[in-house]
Write a protein that binds this ligand. Structure first.
Ligand code: FAD
Ligand code: DHB
Length: 389
């Protein structure tokens, strides 16, 4: 087989890049280790930055998002049994869109299928070869046979545990990592959201987040110890804990019900540099991870795709390589700012096991400053809605 761009991974990054390139006449094949149903069963992010929303529209997959997504002009921050609002529209002149990663991925699959885009599922043992030459190739196993794809470029969109990053020799990459001493226990329930905007809560008992997917589908999270398992938490225990972490006024409004999904995610900050090696480019979780607190994981994947898409267009449509040459530098400049914001928001809102009385006072002072200072709110809002690409 031969293609121009071989993409590893059919998560949101790989699908979006494939869709954008195909619409410009650039040929791609996407290789996915799992099935489409499996990818769609993963409940993950829910908040899209304005830049991502525009990119979805440019990819021709914005129609359902524009009808079913919810525009949010602000968010609530709660601490000390009260809450305040950061108004994104007033402070940063922009808003975000609440539209689940599952729905967005479903839209991308539908669009790829409608255009006869090639996605190969259930592939095994993907190996990326000769990326420091002008003729890289990818080998893999599928249906009990081995296959080979010749291509111009390979793009690693295969998430944190994929093969692409590890294809870059260890001595050629530098990795930066921070592991947080807690996880997030998340549930999805077919109940109306407690409030029409998100509530990020700092409490003595730990962090909590009230989010949503639509008018009758809520997503809630509580910080939990790393050694807990979802089965350790009954629905009743989850609701009880959530109520204790949000202001009484919100807890009184909370409508509870059975969970339809329950999972625990660890929190990690991670960046690998560079994001290009020869003809191999890394995008999204394959190159970097943020703790979910600032809703930046999926959005940072989208900004990588934006830079790479423009670089590929320059190359294939105009014979110009500046965009590809500078891909790693441009993507990383934005990634590090999202890493900073996610790290800051995580520090602001979580309870650390070794947190002393002084550290707690610093957190409360930081929250009070954010509540009272227009400058602090502008800073938070411009990062939350997404820094410019
Ligand atoms: P992925 O979505 O990980 O997709 C990678 C794809 O590559 C997968 O389909 C995988 O099966 C495939 N793959 C892997 N290895 C191979 C291989 N060797 N060969 C072929 N295919 C392969 N972000 C938020 O903003 N908010 C959240 O609440 C949030 N929650 C999260 C919860 C969890 C448990 C995780 C893991 C992430 C969460 N994120 C969240 C982050 C967000 O979901 C990711 O940033 C986003 O999925 C990145 O998309 P991606 O396409 O780069 O990677
Ligand atoms: C959601 C997840 C986040 O990490 C976040 O910051 C906001 C919303 C969500 O799943 O809805």
């Amino acid at each position: 087989m031969r293609t121009q761009v071989c993409i590893i991974g059919a998560g949101p990054s790989g699908l979006l890049l494939s869709q954008l390139l195909h619409r410009k006449g650039i040929d791609t094949i996407v290789l996915e280790r799992k099935t489409k149903a499996y990818v769609l069963s993963r409940i993950r992010a829910g908040v899209l930055e304005r830049g991502f929303v525009d990119l979805m529209r440019e990819a021709g997959v914005g129609a359902r998002m524009d009808v079913e997504g919810f525009t949010h002009d602000g968010t609530l921050i709660a601490y000390d049994n009260h809450q305040f609002r950061v108004d994104f529209a007033a402070r940063a002149g922009a808003s975000v869109m609440v539209y689940g990663q599952t729905e967005l991925t479903r839209d991308l699959y539908e669009a790829r299928e409608a255009m006869d885009g090639q996605i190969l599922y259930n592939v095994d043992d993907v190996q990326i070869e000769d990326v420091t030459t002008q003729s890289p190739h990818v080998t893999f196993a599928m249906d009990g046979k081995s296959h080979r794809i010749e291509c111009d470029y390979v793009v690693g969109c295969d998430g944190f545990h994929g093969v692409s990053r590890k294809t870059i020799p260890e001595e050629k990459r530098r990795e930066y990592e921070k592991i947080y001493p807690f996880g997030w226990l998340g549930i999805l329930s077919e109940t109306p959201p407690v409030h029409h905007e998100l509530i990020y809560a700092n409490s003595d008992r730990g962090f909590a987040l009230c989010s949503m997917r639509n008018d009758n589908l809520s997503r809630y999270y509580v910080q939990c110890p790393l050694d807990h398992r979802p089965d350790d938490w009954s629905d009743a225990a989850f609701w009880e804990e959530l109520k204790r972490r949000i202001p009484d006024a919100a807890a009184d409004q909370l409508i509870t019900g059975p969970s339809i999904e329950k999972s625990i995610a660890p929190l990690r900050s991670f960046v690998t540099e560079p994001m290009r090696w020869g003809q191999l480019f890394l995008c999204g979780d394959a190159a970097h991870i943020v703790p979910p607190t600032g809703a930046k994981g999926l959005n940072t994947a989208a900004s990588d795709i934006f830079y790479l898409y423009h670089g590929m267009m320059q190359h294939y449509l105009h014979g110009e390589d500046e965009g590809l040459e500078r891909y790693s530098e441009k993507a990383l400049a934005r990634v590090w700012k999202a890493e900073r914001f996610s790290w800051w928001m995580s520090n602001l809102l979580h309870r650390y096991p070794d947190q002393g009385a002084f550290d707690r006072k610093m957190q409360l002072a930081d929250l009070a400053y954010l509540e009272q200072s227009e400058a602090a709110q502008i800073s938070m809002a411009e990062n939350y809605v997404g820094l410019p690409y």
